[in-house]
Each structure stands twice: as structure tokens, then as C-alpha cells.
Design a protein around this ligand. Structure first.
Ligand code: COA
Length: 263
């Protein structure tokens, strides 16, 4: 644990650069399987970050060999459908989906099942050369149930998504990049520095405006084109009400750097 690292249950939280919150899933003995407690810690950290004006971008990564090996199979065996349809668990996934600020997934190792679905909910996915992506549920007599059947095809297209979901086969970082699942593949030692660079660049912009941009792009994955264009229009109009929108325009006209206030 580095200086400034706080332990929060199963989640490590750090501020590696101004405006950047680094969250590390920290259940390495179980490959960061997403137990209810781990999801609870993650949602608590995100809910704090949502209202903390000093946070402009979040990075999510995993400790040890995995980003996350997915839903907790031990809990599923013990509680059956209740482990999946548990309203509290579903509310936690919904809270992650609704987190308004940009999130970068820094996929350091296995991103399987729910781990893949968690990465798919992030806004930017960067992968280490050691990353392995898969939807292995089919091998356990199941299939993705936390967004994977909907988000994966939107990310990699129907044929490759079907191939992943129907075979459960592992996909390495290079192939994942070729299919559009990740935007960059990096040497393991470069994964966090590059993630922090990108997160710092985002956090250095207007924290009032980046959530608008995120919501507008999310619309492209959730809405038919005409409705998505309407959403884009509505958000663009709303964003004109922020101080930062006018500051950006004024600063450009005055040939100076903008001073954004996040308002
Ligand atoms: N839920 C709960 N525990 C999990 C887990 C999961 N999804 N994935 C791994 N673990 C646990 C293992 O049970 C093991 O615990 P143990 O040491 O107490 O037995 C520990 O994490 C290490 O995993 P192990 O299987 O011993 O490591 P490995 O290197 O041999 O294999 C994987 C790695 C990722 C291939 C293998 O763990 C795996 O297939 N995991 C399941 C992934 C999956 O199907 N996810 C979707 C669930 S619906």
C-alpha cells in the first residue's frame, strides 16, 4: 500500500494525481470476485466520489492476478437465484451504471463474467498485456446477467459477442483491442501510469462538463438514433447554463487557458 492509500474494506482508495481517484478491488485470494460486500464498498466509494468536487475521474483496477473473476460462485451455489436477484445487489449494479463522472477500467488480469461486465460499464477500458477477458458463465450452465448480453454486442459486434458468450473462450488484450473492447493495450508496468495520465487529463478539464459528455455518449448505447440525438441536443442546451461553458468560450477568445470551476 503506498502513501496516502486508505483501506476501505475490500477496496483500496488512493489519489495518485490531482482530481484522480484510484479504486483497487482488493480480494486477491478470490481473484476479486464480486461479493456483495465488495460491491457495497465500491458503490460507497463511488457515491462519495460523485459528490466530491475534488474528484474529476475515477480509475478502477484490481489487485493481484485479476481485475475481477466475476460474480461470487460460492454465494450463487449457496443462495441460488436469491444471490442474483437480490434487490440490494441489483441496486449496487444500477448505482455503478448511474455514476456520473468518467471511469477508466485499468484491466490488469482476468476480467471474467461480472468482471467483464464491470469493465463494460466503465467509460474507457485500458488493458495490460496480461489481461484476459471472457464470459465464462456458459461453462457453468449460465450466461451473463449483469449487462453482458446487451453491452458486449454493442462493444464488439454480434458475431464476436456471440462467440465469447456461447464458448466462454478467453480473449487476450491484443485481440480485445482489435475488436474494440479496449482502447489501448499496455505493458503491465505502463497500465497504471497511462491510466493516471488519461485520468489526469480528464480531471483537468471542467468537472461540470465531463458528466454531460459521458451521459450523451452513453445515450448512443441506450437509445435509438433519433432519441439519442434529442438527448445530445437537450444536454448541450443544459450545459450552456454552466459557468464553465462560458469560461471555455471566453478563454478561447482571449487566447488564455480556461479556469474551470466545475460549475
Ligand atoms: N467466485 C468466487 N471465487 C472465485 C471466483 C469466482 N468467480 N473465481 C475464482 N475464485 C476463487 C477460486 O475458487 C480460488 O479460491 P480457493 O483458493 O479458495 O479455492 C481462488 O479464487 C483462485 O482461483 P483458482 O481457480 O484457484 O485460480 P486458477 O489460476 O487455477 O484459475 C480462473 C483462474 C480465473 C481460470 C478460475 O479461477 C476460474 O475459472 N474462475 C471462475 C470464473 C468464472 O466462471 N466467472 C464467472 C462466474 S458466473
Amino acid at each position: 500500500m503506498g502513501e496516502g492509500t486508505e483501506r476501505m474494506g475490500l477496496l483500496l482508495t488512493e489519489t495518485p494525481a490531482e482530481g484522480v481517484l484510484l479504486l483497487t478491488l482488493n480480494r486477491p485470494d478470490k481473484l476479486n470476485a464480486l461479493s456483495k460486500d465488495l460491491l457495497e464498498d465500491l458503490v460507497a466509494a463511488l457515491s462519495g466520489a460523485a459528490t466530491d468536487p475534488s474528484v474529476g475521474c475515477v480509475i478502477l483496477t484490481g489487485s493481484g492476478r485479476a481485475f475481477s473473476a466475476g460474480a461470487d460462485t460460492a454465494d450463487m451455489l449457496e443462495r441460488g437465484v436469491a444471490s442474483y436477484a437480490d434487490p440490494e445487489r441489483l441496486a449496487r449494479w444500477a448505482a455503478i451504471q448511474d455514476f456520473p463522472k468518467p471511469v477508466i477500467a485499468a484491466v490488469n488480469g482476468y476480467a471474467l463474467g461480472g468482471g467483464l461486465e464491470l469493465a463494460l460499464m466503465c467509460d474507457i477500458v485500458l488493458a495490460s498485456e496480461t489481461a484476459k477477458f471472457a464470459a465464462p458463465e456458459i461453462k457453468l450452465g449460465s450466461f451473463p446477467g449483469d449487462g453482458g448480453t446487451q453491452r458486449l454486442p454493442r462493444s464488439v459486434g454480434k458475431s464476436f459477442a456471440m462467440q465469447m458468450i456461447l464458448t466462454g473462450a478467453m480473449v487476450d488484450g491484443t485481440l480485445a483491442e482489435r475488436k474494440g473492447l479496449v482502447s489501448e493495450v499496455l505493458a503491465p508496468e505502463d497500465l497504471l501510469p497511462r491510466s493516471i495520465d488519461i485520468a489526469s487529463a480528464i480531471a483537468g478539464l471542467s468537472t461540470a462538463i465531463t458528466p454531460y459528455a459521458k451521459r450523451a455518449v452513453q445515450g448512443a448505447f441506450e437509445l435509438p438514433l433519433k432519441e439519442g440525438l434529442d438527448l445530445e441536443h437537450q444536454l448541450t442546451v443544459e450545459a450552456f447554463d454552466t459557468e464553465d461553458r462560458m469560461e471555455g468560450l471566453r478563454a478561447f477568445a482571449e487566447k488564455r487557458a480556461p479556469v474551470f470551476k466545475g460549475k
